[in-house]
Design a protein around this ligand. Sequence first.
Ligand code: ARG
Length: 589
Amino acid sequence: MQKILDLITAEVTKAFMECGYQEKYGKVTLSNRPDLCEFQCNGAMAAAKEYKKAPFMIADEVAARLSDSALFETAESVKPGFLNLKLDNAYLADYLQGMRGDPGRFGCEKAKNPKMIMIDYGGPNVAKPLHVGHLRSAIIGESIKRIGRFMGHNMTGDVHLGDWGLQMGLIITELKGRKPELSYFDGDYEGSYPEEAPFTISELEEIYPTASAKSKEDPVYKEAAMQATYELQNGRRGYQALLSHILNVSVTDLKRNYENLNVSFDLWKGESDADPFIPDMVQKMKDDGYAYLSEGALVVDVKEEADTKEIPPCMILKSDGAALYNTTDLATLVWRMDEYHPNEIIYVVDKRQELHFIQVFRCAKKTGIVGGDTKLKFLGFGTMNGKDGKPFKTREGGIMRLETLLSEINEEMYKKIADNHTMDEEEARETAKVVALSAVKYGDLSNQASKDYIFDIDRFTSFEGNTGPYILYTIVRIKSILAKYRALGKTAEDARILPANSESEKALMLELAGFSAAMESAFEEAAPHRVCAYIYGLSNALNHFYHTTKILAEEDEQAQAGYICLLELAKGVLETCIDVLGFSAPERM
Ligand code: ARG
């Protein structure tokens, strides 16, 4: 279905043209004075200059043309030359009826030319537990992936594990100190290695910080770790076998954690997967004359004339020949381009890494790793702060594990739900989990991603205001009305959405009609907060309608069935929206 605003614009444009004015003046927008009208067109103001007429004369003519249009209840010309529009109730009801007849999509058309889009999000580091710093990338990336899919694009999410570099050497070194007898450390060993990892996830999570601390104090230890890293990266069998153990153990745990967040990835590639592409890539950069030695390091210049701040050269290899974060990101682009030919790659990463990505993107474009028709987009997100305005920490001031954070919120939610309800323990626990997830995700996604925000558990878990639980509460309210209606033995299957009977009903209908526009703009701007803003407005309209309308007590069967149809549509739209945000609604709460 066409977007409602496009249909209205087409109608007004037609009127402008019939009155002898140019097409471009017919553009209609949502009203910025909802007390006066629903939509407005300011074209007559602009046309006045070109046609050397008073704007209100033009507006008058166009309004007269629109007077018998089926789209509008009123099309008024208002001085000095605005067109104030109110949609016809029957027209709006028909439009919504069309949405209702398109289950699952509600009139939102898929992209005519689907794009292949990769999203680099999550970005966890193996052998380290997920902490709150990883929350935003996962939540935002997942939502952008889902929005893209809904719009019909081919979205591939890659977790891009941090699994390369010194951290691996550190773990190997520490392990060697603890269990030197293991075959992995015997350079002469030629047999196969055990299937089972020589450590558990909790050991691994303890080994890494221990090793990291030791290396800071003990230069010999650090040297050993660097040597181990070097040998690993140069193919030492035993170390490679250990790397796969570390990956397996870690990835299993990461998957479990991401599952709890309702976040998933199509690809579990890591930095280490890019390693085989490095030598050829570097050679080519040298051959093509892009890479040169500067103080022993291999670099590519990436500054541009228009730069207002200095963009240092992109370092490809350190003076000891070691690869860096830049190098793996560039080599990752090599295989992504080769295997997927994406139209676009979106990186959902902390905005403090912006300079790194400016360098990598410029270098990739300059050296031809990424061609002109692939867009590289850095979606940098702000910091999640505590109520004190500083980066979110545990009460003791440490870095908070994601698991801890989630279980604290689950607990908080459980108390609320158990307090005022008669649910049994199991249902209350399940419901608490579902609602808690909405609190965390909506709390994050409702902010523009690039901004810092305050993680305020009390506010996020509130059932009132602009929160996830409020949205879920609205959906649950609809579900309950629909269930009660069915319990009366009635069905609205053959009924239809009827013209609005009241202001509040019309307002709800107008909100519903804006669904495709909201999804489209959320996709185009890679902005889940658009979806949040949309469902907040829709929920408010719905609750207002609910409070001002007798629904279950309505005596006119047809009118009642019409309300039910409208509520079903609202439920479908809301559920679709929260699904692209990455959470769901319980049956009751
Ligand atoms: N592992 C990195 C970190 O923890 C984030 C990775 C982001 N993605 C990328 N392609 N560099 O900071």
